[in-house]
Design a binder for this molecule. Sequence first.
Ligand code: G1P
Length: 292
Amino acid sequence: MLETSKKIRKAIFPVGGLGTRFLPATKSIPKEMLPVLDKPLVQYAVDEALEAGIEEFIFVTGRGKSAIEDYFDHSIELEKTLKDNNKLQKLDLIKKTILKPGSVSFVRQQNPLGLGHAVWCARNFIANEPAAIILADDLIDSKPGCMKQMIENWNGGNMVATMEVEPEKTSSYGIISPGKVIQDKIEVKNIIEKPNTKDAPSNIAVVGRYIVEPSVFDHLGLQKKGTNGEVQLTDSLSYQIGKAPFFGYNFHGTRYDCGTKLGFAKANTSLAIKDSNIGNQFKNWITKLNKN
Ligand code: G1P
């Protein structure tokens, strides 16, 4: 049955991944805490959620991820030192990382059994409401943020952010089989996790932003293993086709795959160029670098 609640109040942040592509850095730092310029990836994700009106933040963590919990809490010593030294702007900056008391929850995914499993671990916090899912690895630079764009275009059912990828890259993404196109929305007729180019129904890929109806948790609860032996969120969305509306949303903005070194370097470069303090100097430096 399709639930009708319109407001998306809750967001799930799966942050339990091992981040092996960034070893040795991620040996003791969660990959979501790697900074793009001066903010950790997870802060970009939370800022996007806040802008979209999200009120409850559920982080699905794992072992070795306690730095994320600490990040969203007070740092008493640091706050005192900044205050004593009259560094009030900096004090303000770190106070902004603290979300409303009671609005942040952490749940552990004890074993890395896949994205679908991570999302399922948040089920009791979501209960019977539609929810947003934000993958911090996918940094989306856009105004308004991608999740706000999606919520504004959502009318119940499931929704994924989509973009076209090079046909030879389909095996890195969930890929949709497109139906009717209504402005920025594309009806999803089918969705497959990481198909080879020859089996892919299109080159329209899912990026890490979802709005899901709570019924998705029923299928996730079956814990069926899919691609790469993992419980895939894609498979639960696929199961819902025909039972609830399902749209891809072609977001406006630039997505950086910060789960890879190349995407991470691009995000840092691009945001450094735009930065109001260092942007010009950085651009000049890049220009000189290109000439050498
Ligand atoms: C996950 C999803 C995939 C989606 C991708 C977007 O894959 O399973 O469908 O396209 O995120 O970043 P992952 O990158 O975690 O392997």
